[in-house]
Design a protein around this ligand. Sequence first.
Ligand SMILES: [Cu+2]
Length: 315
Amino acid sequence: MDKAWGILFLAAAVFSIAIFAYAPSQGWWFPEDVSTHGHEIDKLFYVILAVTGLAFVATQAVLCFVVFRYSGLRRGEKGTFIHTIHWLEYLWTFVTAAVLAWIAFVQVDAWANIKFKTRAPDVKTHAHVMAGQFEWRITYPGFDGEFNTVDDVMGLNQLHIPVESPILVDLESRDVLHSFFLPNFRIKQDAVPGMVIPVWFTTKPGTEDSYEIVCAELCGWGHYKMKGMVFVHPKETVDLEALKAEVAELKEQLDGFAADAAEKPDKKKRLEVERAWTKQLGRLGRFTENPGLHLSFEDWLKKAHEEANAVALED
Ligand SMILES: [Cu+2]
């Protein structure tokens, strides 16, 4: 029984490490990074994870050893009282300070790229994002490029952006603190009442999908439901009919290969077609599930504008 605590501590440490090793295979890890700067943030995360991971393993090893070795001392054996070991205290203080200073130094550039106003892209503001309990109100300047004109397009919980273009968003809050969190873009910024905070990012080429917006600041009873979507629009309007025809053609080719397989198996070619087919089918699925995503941003804006005008005329 005396050794049980040592074993328990060891089991907890081994379990913690094992779950880290196991998590990525289950998808319990970062969501797909679709921003051009995200890899820098991820790299920093891994650097810090390596440092803290090593410290964790080392301290747990010492802890387990000490608990295991010195629990239940044999009869007559006595513990020695140690007042202090100066060199050891200096060592862990200075090593920790040096590591923290080094992290502070290496992270500067990644931080500056997404937070220093001097590094903001030289583009017009794409949209105003007004956070409030419990929604994201998003306003686009419309075709005149000016905010607060009749031409503005407003939406709720949907941020539409064009792919590959630098996006500059002005973030505000109309009540309490919120946090504008785009996990796939590695962006997180507090929305502070009374402040207009610029946020910028660029999506990687080939990204055409929708991604989550979440509030990362406990902002009230409805915090959990304060979510939205970023829709990344393709550069050109996607021709859905052509895409459907392409998928059908690939499927036909695949069936052909399957039929021929018995006579002259061409596995490599078949796999190639299968892969292309799956990819196109995925694209088709995304575009049909999200009506509007097959349009370019400009075409979507035009459509939103027309719809808003139609509603206004009805009234
Ligand atoms: Cu919130």
